[in-house]
Design a protein around this ligand. Sequence first.
Ligand code: PMP
Length: 328
Amino acid sequence: MSYVFADQSYMSQVLQNHILKVHSIAINAITKGKYLVFGGGSTQLLSAAVFALSLNSSSLARVVAASPYYPVYKTQTDFFETAHFEFQGDALLMKRTSNSTGNAIEFVTSPNNPDGLLRKAVLQGSPVNAIYDHAYYWPHFTAIPAPADEDVMIFTISKLTGHAGSLMGFSEDKDVYLNMLKYMQLAELGVSRNTQLRALQLLKAVLEGDGREIFHFACEKMRDRWEKISQIVSLSKRFTIQDIPPQYCNFFEKVRGPSPAYVWLKCEREEDTNCNAVLRGANIIGRLGSLFNASDRYVRLSLLKRDDDFNLLLYRLKELVSKEGGAE
Ligand code: PMP
C-alpha cells in the first residue's frame, strides 16, 4: 500500500466522487469548476494553502485572522514561517490601523471556532487572499444559507463524522491548486492510499440510504445540547453565552436555530477576570479565551463529546449556577 494508485495518480477518483456527492447532499459547497486537493486532515491543507498563496506574490504575505480565532492558525504559521509569509495577528486590528493591508492572507473560519458564527473576510482588496476554513460548515453545526463558493475553501471529514485528521480542500485558481499539491507532495508525499481508503469507507457510511440521515441525527443531537446549556445559562447572572441568530437553511429548507460545536461562555462579574479558573473550581474543563486571542473572561466549552461527559458538564454547570448569590 503506497501513495500511488494503479492508474499512477495520487488521488482516488472514487473518493473524489464520494466527496463531491456528500457536498451536493449537504448543499454546503459549489464544487463545479474547482480543483480538489486531499490532505491528511485539514490542518495540513491550511498550511498548504498559506504556502501556495504566499507564492502568488513577491512581497512578504502577512497572515491574519479576526479574533477570536482558532489558535492553530498562529502556531502553525509561526512554526512554518518562511521568507514568503509570517503571522501578524488580528485581521480586525490590521483593518483598523493600516491604510493598506499590503499582501495579506486572511483565515476566515465559518462558522467560527470558538463562537459558531458565520463569517466573511474582514479584509478586502486585490493583494488580500482568504482561506475559508469550513471545518464546521455542515448542516449539523449551522444553518447553510448558501453553498460556499470561495476561491480557497477547506473542509474536513473530521467534523463531519468525528474522525479527526481526514481530508479535503478546494481551490478555484489552478496555480494555487498546483502549489498546494506541490506542498502536499513535498512535505507529505501526498496522502497514502491507506488513508484515502479509510476516508472512502467513512464517506460510504455517510452516504448510506439517501445520505441525509447523519445530518438529521447530528443536528438534533447538537441542537438538544445547545438548548440544554442555554437553558441553564439563562438562569444565571454570572455567565452569558454567545447569541447565534436563527437563519434560513437550504438543507433543512426552513429557518432554524443554533446547534454549534462550542459554547463561548463569558464571565460577567467584574472580579471574574479568569473565567477558566472559575469553571475549574467547579471541575469544568474549558479552553481559556486568550488562546483564541480574546479576553480571559471567555472560555470555550466543547459540545463534541460523549453523552456521559456532556451530562456531567450539564450537571456541574447547573450546580455552579445554582450556587450563585449563595455562600460560596
Ligand atoms: N479548522 C478548525 C477551525 C478546527 O476547529 C479544526 C479542529 N479542531 C480543524 C481545522 C482541524 O481539523 P482536522 O482534523 O481536519 O485537521
